[in-house]
Design a protein around this ligand. Structure first.
Ligand SMILES: *Cc1c(COP(=O)(O)O)cnc(C)c1O
Length: 418
């Protein structure tokens, strides 16, 4: 018996069996063919069963599926590290591989803590983080995720006590007064707490699984300056925002502010295998580079740099660049804006669009009861959480297919209105 994620097993509806998938479509065992509006938790950026990704995987499989990265190395990992350094913002020159987004976050946190330990700053052991953040399900990642959120509150006795700050409220088109006050809050926390802070971790421009709070580049620019001023490392968790989701290859570019450490996963391997990369700049790396073996970074997942994952990631990036995906994403963004902005309804609290992400925030989670079945009957796979009905489609989606998704979302909202 499978124990399903985030689900009450006793009352859950039977999970839909998928027998195959191609392009943006899932083929269900009952014969239905439905559009995946959420890219299998946001990672299937090129769609399913992509001939070139399949071929890259098979080519690598026929050489070797795996080899350890301890004491050994291989071309797929070397090449992927070089490529990630090239495509990420300037300065992020060192790549540490791991096997999932959550582990990539653990790596970043440990890197930040050990950075200060190596420099003899023994007090800097806490992480500053935002409310509404989601950084993963492992204990370190949970400790920097929203403390009140249902997924994590239960485990608070187990978690490290970190330093929390109110989430930015200024929005994508920033409200000037709120922007000023959000930055002011950040500055006052840094001013008071910096002696014990190793790093400030954020999901840049969009807090994803914590409720799609989208915010302005100006906040990150201010965060960059303040972190420099108060000697705190800046970490971007780009597990959700990376590889185009916010409209630029990385949110760091759209933000115009570069972190010291950056985490990539989800879109990295286009939904084919699990993998993650934590990148660091020279400043961070140099603190570990020493004759003293005790200053080496103390981490090493079994599957880090898995050749199959690296070969797929390389092909995925090649397709992304060759086929001008940023243009596709911009088209998705403007269509989502046209079709979702200004939507009103009795249960609609807000609509938000950033890059290839479109969200309808309802007033209560109950206003989404039954929506998955409703959408599936109309040919679309949607899986909302809490009070957020959203789409994060594969970037290869056609405008007709995208319209079908937003039509179903809007039809649900309208049908709830009496
Ligand atoms: C999904 C996600 C994670 C966790 O990634 P996993 O691969 O599920 O462990 C971490 N951070 C962010 C921002 C995410 O969206």
């Amino acid at each position: 018996m499978i124990w399903y994620p985030y689900t009450q097993q006793k009352t859950m509806a039977e999970a839909y069996n998928v027998s195959s998938a191609d392009g943006v479509y899932l083929n269900l065992a009952d014969g239905r063919r439905v559009i995946d509006a959420i890219s299998s938790w946001w990672c299937v950026i090129h769609g399913y069963n992509h001939p070139e990704l399949n071929a890259a995987a098979i080519r690598q499989l026929n050489k070797m599926a795996h080899v350890m990265l301890g004491g050994l190395t291989h071309d797929p990992a070397l090449e992927l590290a070089r490529t990630l350094v090239r495509i990420t913002p300037a300065g992020l020159n060192h790549v540490f591989f791991s096997d999932s987004g959550s582990v990539g976050v653990e790596v970043a946190l440990k890197m930040a803590i050990q950075y200060w330990q190596n420099l003899g700053e023994k007090e800097k052991v806490k992480i500053l983080t935002l409310k509404k953040a989601y950084h993963g399900d492992t204990t370190g990642a949970m400790s920097v995720s929203d403390p009140e959120e249902g997924m994590h509150r239960l485990f608070s006795p187990l978690l490290l006590q970190q330093c929390f700050l109110e989430a930015p409220r200024m929005g994508v088109e920033p409200d000037a007064a709120l922007l000023k006050s959000d930055i002011h809050h950040l500055e006052s926390v840094l001013k008071h707490e910096h002696r014990r802070l190793a790093a400030f971790i954020v999901e840049p421009l969009m807090q994803a699984a914590g409720g799609f709070n989208m915010y302005a580049p100006e906040y990150l620019q201010a965060a960059r300056d303040l972190c420099n001023r108060y000697n705190v490392l800046l970490i971007y968790d780009e597990v959700a925002t990376g590889f185009g989701r916010t409209g630029a290859m990385f949110a760091a570019e759209r933000a115009g502010a570069i972190p010291d450490i950056m985490i990539l996963a989800k879109g990295l391997t286009a939904g084919y295998t699990a993998h993650a990369a934590t990148l660091a700049n020279d400043k961070v790396y140099t603190a570990f580079y020493d004759d003293d073996p005790a200053k080496a970074f103390m981490h090493g997942p079994t599957f880090m740099g898995n050749p199959l994952a690296c070969a797929i990631a390389l092909k995925s990036i090649q397709i992304f660049e060759r086929d001008n995906y940023l243009e596709k994403i911009n088209r998705i963004e403007s269509q989502l804006k046209t079709e979702l902005s200004g939507l009103t309804g009795e249960h609609v609290k807000d609509t938000r669009v950033l890059g290839a992400t479109g969200v309808i925030e309802m007033t209560t989670p109950a206003a989404l009861n039954g929506v998955t079945r409703f959408a599936l009957d109309r040919g679309v796979w949607l899986r909302p959480f809490d009070r957020y009905l959203y789409t994060m489609p594969p970037y290869i989606i056609s405008s007709a297919e995208l319209k079908k998704i937003t039509d179903v979302m809007k039809e649900w909202v309208t049908s709830k209105q009496e």
